[in-house]
Design a protein around this ligand. Structure first.
Ligand code: CA
Ligand code: CA
Length: 218
């Protein structure tokens, strides 16, 4: 195989991997639901969802008061109509579907991080202040269920949360996501003082994490 063919093969593998990751995000239940909801709203099937079509879809069932319908439609239009032409295209639906999937992932991960921080706190109280070395120790101690020790990452993979067992003072990082939870490189971290926050990877040198301290600006 000559060098050019090798490079081409490598590029093709790379592209197929990126595509697989994008597809995982597109197949997230929240993305699927978002897509189905909007495609159903396109009643004249011209590939675009107008404000009127969206309003009719949100009004279905007739349970929501008009002002609430308007609020939902406004926020969906603002979020999805990226080129501001007053209608949502198929492409805009896909971008919106991925964005809602990422938001759902972050929301779930942040909730799990809170639960894990509480479990770590209980663990420390039961064991003279010792910090568990892995989330697996929390499962063994029956402080958390096995299903929640995995963190969902933006690339669609699941990896166990990481505990920094050498964390000491209140502002030290005690728990962190094993990778980025959104497409902008955001990590979720838990501090010794119990706070859970999102941090951009440029503010978070994972290789130096053992000694990383976070001093929130607010
Ligand atoms: Ca339409
Ligand atoms: Ca548009």
């Amino acid at each position: 195989m000559n060098i050019l063919a090798l490079i081409l093969t490598f590029l093709l593998i790379l592209i197929s991997q990126v595509k697989a990751e994008e597809d995982k995000l597109a197949q997230h239940p929240t993305a699927v639901q978002f897509r189905e909801h909007l495609l159903k709203a396109d009643t004249n099937k011209d590939g675009y969802i107008t404000r009127d079509e969206l309003t009719a879809e949100v009004e279905k069932g007739g349970k929501r008061p008009p002002e609430q319908v308007k609020e939902i439609v406004d926020s969906m239009m603002e979020e999805s109509d990226q080129d501001h032409d007053g209608r949502i295209s198929r492409q805009e639906i896909e971008v919106g579907a991925r964005a809602t999937a990422i938001r759902a992932i972050i929301r779930d991960d942040a909730q799990i991080a809170e639960d894990l921080m509480q479990a770590i706190d209980k663990f420390r109280k039961q064991s003279n202040g010792n910090i568990p070395k892995t989330v697996g120790e929390l499962v063994k101690a029956k402080l958390i269920s096995e299903e929640v020790v995995m963190c969902k990452l933006a690339d669609g993979s699941d990896k166990p949360w990481i505990i920094n067992a050498s964390a000491s003072d209140a502002n030290a990082v005690l728990l962190y996501s094993p990778g980025s939870v959104d497409l902008e490189g955001q990590y979720i971290v838990g501090l010794v003082n119990g706070r859970v926050l999102g941090l951009h990877d440029k503010d978070l040198d994972i290789t130096k994490l053992k000694s990383l301290h976070v001093y929130p600006s607010e």
